[in-house]
Design a protein around this ligand. Structure first.
Ligand code: SIN
Length: 274
C-alpha cells in the first residue's frame, strides 16, 4: 500500500493546489492518508485523476479522513453522508455557486471535503479556490491585527432560505466564529469569512460590518494571485481543506449536465490560537 511521498506532484499555482500523479486512493495506506491530510493543510487543495469508485467506496474513504458530516439542509436519504452535486437543463441553481467555505454556519464546520465528479460538461464547470492564509498575509499588519480581534456570524439563512423554501428555517444553523482562525495541523492563521454564509461582523454597527465584509469579499473574489482553478475530468477527485481555502463552483455549462458526490468531514470548532 503506497504512501504519497514517492509520487510525482505538481502545484497548480504558487499559493494553492497540488495535483498528485499515479495514486490509487482506494489502496492508500493509513500513513498515506496522514500525508494527504498534511498536504491538504499546507496546500489547501489536492487533485487526483481517474478515481473510479462507488458512492459507498467514496463514503468509506471519506471516513478515513475524519468523522463524516451530514448536510443540515439537504441530506439524501439513501446516502446521507454523500451530498449530490448536480446541474442540468432543468436546474435553477447549482450547489456551491458563489464564494464560500462549506457549511461554515455549523458550530463545528466541515474540515476536509472530497468531491468526485462523474459526469462533466463538454467544457466548463471548473471549481475556483482561494487560499485564505496567503490572502490574510497580503493585508497590512494593522488590518491583520484588527481582524484578529473580531468574530462574525455565519448563517444558513443566506444560502438556503431562498433556495430551499420547503426546509424548516429552524434547521438553519447560525454560529459566531473568529474572523481569523488557526489551522490545527500547521498552526497557520487564515481569514474565515465568506459571502455565502457570513452575514455580519459581531459587535459592530450594520454599516461598519457591511463595509468591512464588502472589502474582504472583494479581496477574496478579485485576489486572483491567491486562487487556482480545477478543471474536472470524469472521476477526478478533488479534496479541499475548508479551514484554509474557500471555493466557487462555476456554473457556466447550462444546459449541459455535471454530476458528482461530495463527502465531507466535521472539523473542530474554529479557534484563533493567539
Ligand atoms: C461545493 O460547494 O461543494 C460544490 C463544488 C463544485 O461543484 O465544484
Amino acid at each position: 500500500m503506497p504512501t504519497l511521498s514517492a509520487l510525482k506532484k505538481s502545484d497548480l499555482t504558487r499559493h494553492v493546489g497540488t495535483e498528485i500523479h499515479g495514486l490509487d486512493l482506494l489502496s492508500l495506506s493509513d500513513a498515506g492518508v496522514g500525508e494527504l491530510l498534511e498536504l491538504l493543510a499546507r496546500r489547501g487543495v489536492v487533485v487526483v485523476r481517474d478515481q473510479a469508485m462507488s458512492i459507498p467506496e467514496q463514503i468509506a474513504f471519506g471516513a478515513r479522513l475524519g468523522e463524516l458530516h451530514v448536510h443540515p439542509a439537504y441530506a439524501q436519504s439513501e446516502h446521507p453522508e454523500a451530498l449530490h452535486i448536480y446541474g442540468d437543463e432543468n436546474s435553477k441553481m447549482v450547489p456551491g455557486e458563489g464564494w464560500h467555505s462549506d457549511v461554515s454556519c455549523d458550530e463545528r464546520p466541515p474540515g476536509v471535503s472530497m468531491l468526485r465528479i462523474e459526469t462533466t460538461p463538454s467544457v466548463g464547470g471548473d471549481t475556483a479556490f482561494s487560499h485564505q492564509g496567503a490572502l490574510l498575509r497580503s493585508l497590512s499588519g494593522t488590518m491583520q491585527s484588527f481582524l484578529r480581534t473580531l468574530k462574525a456570524r455565519h448563517s444558513g439563512d443566506l444560502p438556503w432560505r431562498n433556495a430551499y423554501k420547503s426546509v424548516d428555517p429552524k434547521m438553519y444553523p447560525r454560529n459566531l466564529h473568529p474572523v481569523v482562525r488557526t489551522h490545527p495541523i500547521t498552526g497557520e492563521d487564515a481569514l474565515y469569512v465568506n459571502s455565502g454564509f457570513t452575514d455580519r461582523i459581531w459587535d459592530m454597527e450594520d454599516w461598519e460590518s457591511d463595509a468591512l465584509l464588502r472589502m474582504l469579499f472583494d479581496r477574496i473574489a478579485f485576489g486572483v494571485e491567491f486562487q487556482c482553478r480545477v478543471r474536472w475530468e470524469p472521476n477526478t477527485v478533488t479534496f479541499w481543506d475548508n479551514r484554509v481555502v474557500q471555493h466557487h463552483a462555476c456554473w457556466d455549462y447550462f444546459p449541459e449536465k455535471r454530476e458528482g458526490w461530495r463527502v465531507t468531514t466535521v472539523g473542530e470548532k474554529p479557534y484563533l490560537a493567539n
